[in-house]
Design a protein around this ligand. Structure first.
Ligand SMILES: [Zn+2]
Length: 318
């Protein structure tokens, strides 16, 4: 891979050789990590404490400049400032510059055992531009404290490598709203073509996926879930999977989540054969999106093992 200029999105990352689907392209530790509640002075202190080479990597990153900035952090900087007063404004500019770099390039840093997620900066991954039809998938793996980037498709030399900054299961208008945080209007194939069939399917997907996740959370709270409830849920999940196929979302991690829910429902009804197909597909997607050293892979493998045990018991007794 190499970093070079793109026609309209500043710098971007490009493939220099053929990259097979599932390849782990980046595995990097964070430069800085901050809690979601952290403020500008917190970040600046961390950046100032970086070793020279790491600090240089930080300051090289691009930043999106917004029109109006809040100034409520300035008193905190002033309180600990003892330099000449004529330099104070320059310091404030630098604190703000650091913050804008962070806001533009940060990724979620996931925490283990239910603790609040944080945000971190990963200088290589920060070079990836956004596409609503991404060819790589990014996620922070908290087992190894690294951000990993995996190829979702085969990537030809010369192709720009793009990840999606947002959940892509949304119609164009909602994707645009979410992308406003980064201050650009997406011009990927999907956004440019914006045909009504895509819009309709993504609108439906948006509703069905959030409802399916909510219902699954509710089901997991209950001790006795009736069969028809699982069967009903399974019908909805199959509809989602079909829509995702039509939208070419075959490699999305969200698809793996839906497949896992479908496997659980099928198993609860006693359709172990069907459950096995879905559990296996979920594991394959997790492996391609995230590799096999993270929590998602472990959970998907445990699910597949459970389904296979059920299948064995079934054939054993039948
Ligand atoms: Zn787009």
């Amino acid at each position: 891979m190499e970093v070079r200029k793109t026609p309209n999105a500043g710098l971007g990352m490009f493939a220099t050789a053929h990259i097979p689907r599932g390849t782990r392209l980046i595995c990097e530790s964070p430069l800085v990590v901050l809690s979601e509640l952290a403020d500008l002075p917190d970040l600046y202190r961390l950046v100032e404490a970086l070793p020279a080479e790491r600090a240089a990597a930080f300051w090289e990153l691009a930043a999106y400049r917004r029109k109006a900035e809040e100034v409520d952090w300035i008193p905190a900087i002033r309180a600990s400032y003892d330099g000449p007063s004529e330099d104070f404004e320059a310091l404030c500019d630098r604190v703000l510059d650091a913050w804008l770099i962070y806001e533009t390039n940060r990724f979620t840093v996931r925490s283990s055992n239910g603790a609040r997620n944080k945000m971190g900066l990963f200088p290589k991954a920060a070079r990836l531009n956004h596409s609503c039809r991404p060819n790589v998938f990014h996620r922070h793996n908290h087992y190894i404290n690294r951000l990993t980037i995996h190829a979702l498709t085969d990537i030809d030399p010369g192709t720009e490598i793009c990840t999606s900054y947002i959940d892509i299961v949304h119609p164009t208008q909602e994707r645009r709203r979410l992308l406003r945080h980064w201050g650009f209007k997406c011009t990927c194939d999907l956004c440019r073509s914006r045909n009504s069939a895509n819009e309709h399917r993504r609108g439906k997907l948006e509703t069905l996926v959030s409802r399916a996740k909510r219902d699954a959370a509710e089901r997991s709270q209950k001790t006795n879930v009736p069969q028809w409830d699982h069967a009903n849920a399974l019908g909805k999940l199959e509809e989602i999977l079909e829509l995702m196929t039509e939208e070419e979302l075959d490699e999305a991690d969200t698809r793996a989540e839906i497949l896992a829910l479908a496997a659980d429902c099928a198993l609860a009804i006693g359709w172990a054969g069907m459950a096995r197909d879905w559990a296996l597909q979920a594991l394959e997607i997790e492996e391609r999106c995230l590799g096999s050293d993270g929590q998602e892979w472990e959970a998907a493998k445990a699910r597949l093992d459970k389904v296979e045990r059920a299948l064995e018991a079934e054939t054993g007794s039948g």
